[in-house]
Design a protein around this ligand. Structure first.
Ligand SMILES: N[C@@H](CCC(=O)N[C@@H](CS)C(=O)NCC(=O)O)C(=O)O
Length: 193
């Protein structure tokens, strides 16, 4: 098995990097220079024809053709969780984990990064997330996993990208962000940004 993750500093590649650091999954980090346009050139376009990071290559004789190429951070996270993270052993477990990764990458990401949605959606989502995060239990299953990784990675973006947003009405979201920032694997990966 040989995993290569393609990405850049300050990109969504930090999500699978954090997950792999938490789970002790070894991989090769292929840093692309986006300013130089390396992501819009071959050989990277052969891995992600849309020219975006992250992308993952898994080379394993057990795979069809001995190789899997994946783009989209959510798809990468879900593959890593099932293949290497020991998660998603039943269809129901898989569905719940997919629910949270899709929520993070579609619903939560849009509410944070699309300005019109931020005004309309953000307070509503934060109010409900604050209730669900009370007590700090994992979002799916009994242990920290890929569902938590996806949601917490976006929540931890809040103080980085939107320090002006007042989070005091959402104490459980604040506690989740603080707990995320305190995780050694998160610090290791984000410290390399
Ligand atoms: N939905 C995609 C978004 C990928 C994406 O937009 N990546 C950005 C970096 S965070 C990128 O590659 N930007 C360079 C470009 O579009 O030229 C994912 O989650 O992987």
């Amino acid at each position: 098995m040989a995993l290569t993750l393609y990405g850049s500093a300050r990109s969504r590649a930090s999500m699978p990097r954090w997950y792999m650091a938490e789970k002790g999954i070894p991989y090769h980090w292929a840093l692309l220079d986006l300013e130089a346009g390396e992501h819009r050139e071959e050989p990277f376009l052969g891995i992600n024809p849309f020219g975006k990071v992250p992308a993952l290559v898994d080379e394993d004789p057990a795979l069809p053709g001995g190789r899997l190429q994946l783009f989209e951070s959510g798809a990468i996270l879900l593959y890593l969780a099932e293949r290497y993270g020991g998660e998603c052993s039943t269809p129901a477990e898989r569905a719940l984990v997919q629910q949270w990764v899709l929520f993070a990458n579609a619903t939560l990401a849009t509410a944070l990064f699309v300005p019109s949605s931020r005004e309309r959606e953000f307070p509503r989502l934060m109010t409900m997330l604050d209730r669900l995060l009370e007590g700090g239990k994992p979002l799916a299953g009994q242990h920290w996993g890929v569902a938590d990784c996806a949601v917490q990675a976006y929540l931890a973006y809040l103080p980085i990208f939107f320090p002006q947003i007042d989070l005091t009405p959402f104490p459980n979201v604040q506690a989740t962000i603080a707990a995320t920032q305190a995780r050694p694997a998160y610090q290791e990966v984000m410290g390399q940004r």
